[in-house]
Design a protein around this ligand. Structure first.
Ligand code: HGY
Ligand code: MN
Ligand code: MN
Length: 414
């Protein structure tokens, strides 16, 4: 049984130092992928990895990969998460898992515990949605899910991802060749804040994730006719903005139709942006989430129909593009039950959970056995400056991560 306690003070120091690497012109803790702050954040994590005794490298897709060689080697246990944030985000989403993984390495080395497996720590590049409509970019590159169409994705200014990557020292050709050999990975584990209210409501310390939500992202482009706001009668307008607004409300209405289902339109834009002009163009970006693939596909169909109806009754045209179609991801036994029994053996209260948040773990799950450990979020808040998890709630999560690594290590022979 692990009697090794994580060191709270250094975790707090590193959390503060990493949180300081943010875009001070934005609210909260903003470290968006493909920004200077993001490069600085991954460099900082790499420095911590080196200090912890890991051999480090950056792969072709910008993922920072650290290696602690095991006694036998040849097989690996992988831990990881991300350091990028949403705009105006918090300090704990992703970072908790990165610092937690590095703390596990330090605890192993400080207590002269040598695993049979090699231990690999990954700071995944670009987990959060970027301006090109893509997310979990680094983990998709590691699992072979990127291709030239990924590089051709454009941001609202028309710039391609291929043009943007070199600014983060990522070569587009190397990006396409960053597949990782998961055949040697026994299991992947990710420690993460829950980002929702369930653990706090239930008064539980550890979340054992059973399923990670499916996520379908869409971008709807409406084309109407630009006109004078005062002289154009209501019955002859082709108002792209109103068609977009009706579609936003359709997302909300469809989202309420299932259990644990969600729908959000986080972005809407009108062109021109003028109070006295009927809008020519409008763009809506949104998503649906849920635990059932069948519901997600029904939501996709219903939204596409709703956007077409909102457009046609106004003489507006619309194109709906679904930019991601990630199915729900059930996590794997015996990783999940190992996490549960570790929590029990450490005397920690736990709950089995559905993750309404997407994670790199959901991408890696296609290639190896995956488990996730959640720690509570205060008021269930996340993706906002108020995002908070007390260090006294994070430390038990690090202990569970460590003890689970020790137990997975026994599977070496398996
Ligand atoms: O959007 C998500 O669920 C994750 O936080 N990237
Ligand atoms: Mn997030
Ligand atoms: Mn995250």
């Amino acid at each position: 049984m692990s009697i090794i306690s994580p060191v709270r003070e250094r975790f707090a120091t590193e959390l503060g130092e990493l949180a300081a690497l943010t875009d001070s012109s934005r609210p909260g803790w903003t470290r968006r992928a493909l920004s200077e702050e993001d490069v600085a954040g991954r460099d900082y994590a790499r420095t911590l990895m080196k200090q912890a005794g890991l051999e480090t490298r950056i792969d072709g897709a910008g993922n920072v990969i650290g290696l602690l060689r095991g006694r036998l080697g040849g097989r690996e246990i992988m831990l990881g998460s991300h350091t990028d944030t949403v705009d105006g985000g918090g300090r704990f989403d992703g970072i908790t898992g990165v610092l937690g993984a590095i703390e596990v390495v330090r605890l192993l080395r400080e207590n002269d515990v040598r695993l049979d497996h090699d231990l690999v720590i990954v700071v995944f590049f670009n987990e959060e949605p970027n301006d090109f409509g893509l997310f979990c970019v680094g983990s998709r590159a590691m699992t072979g899910l990127v291709d030239r169409s990924t590089l051709a994705a454009v941001d609202p200014t028309g710039r391609t991802l291929a043009e943007a990557l070199p600014e983060s020292a990522i070569d587009p050709e190397a990006f396409l060749n960053a597949r990782y050999d998961f055949a040697r990975v026994t299991a992947f584990l990710e420690l993460h804040i829950e980002q929702g209210p369930e653990l706090e409501r239930a008064g539980r310390q550890i979340g054992v994730v059973e399923t990670i939500t499916g996520i379908n992202h869409f971008r709807a482009l409406f084309t109407g006719r630009q006109d004078h706001a005062g002289t154009t009668p209501m019955d002859v307008r082709a108002d792209a903005g109103c068609a977009a607004a009706g579609t936003v409300l359709a997302v909300e209405s469809i989202a309420g139709s299932g259990e644990n289902t969600r729908g959000t339109c986080g972005q809407i834009s009108f062109t021109p942006e003028a109070v006295n002009v009927v809008s020519q163009n409008a763009v809506v970006e949104g998503e649906f989430r849920g635990p059932e693939g069948s519901w997600l596909h029904e939501a996709q169909r219903r939204l596409t129909d709703a956007a077409a109806a909102e457009a046609s009754r106004r003489g507006v045209s619309v194109e709906v593009e679904w930019t991601t179609d990630d199915a729900p991801v059930p996590l794997h036994e015996p990783v999940t039950s190992t996490i549960a029994s570790v929590a029990d053996d450490l005397g920690l209260s736990r709950a089995t959970m559905f993750s309404g948040a997407g994670h790199d773990a959901g991408i890696i799950a296609a290639k190896t056995r995956v488990g996730m450990v959640f720690v509570p979020s205060v008021d269930g808040r996340s993706h906002c400056p108020e995002e908070f998890t007390d260090l006294d709630d994070i430390m038990p999560g690090v202990s569970v991560l460590l003890e689970t690594v020790l137990r997975v290590d026994r599977w070496y022979a398996g």
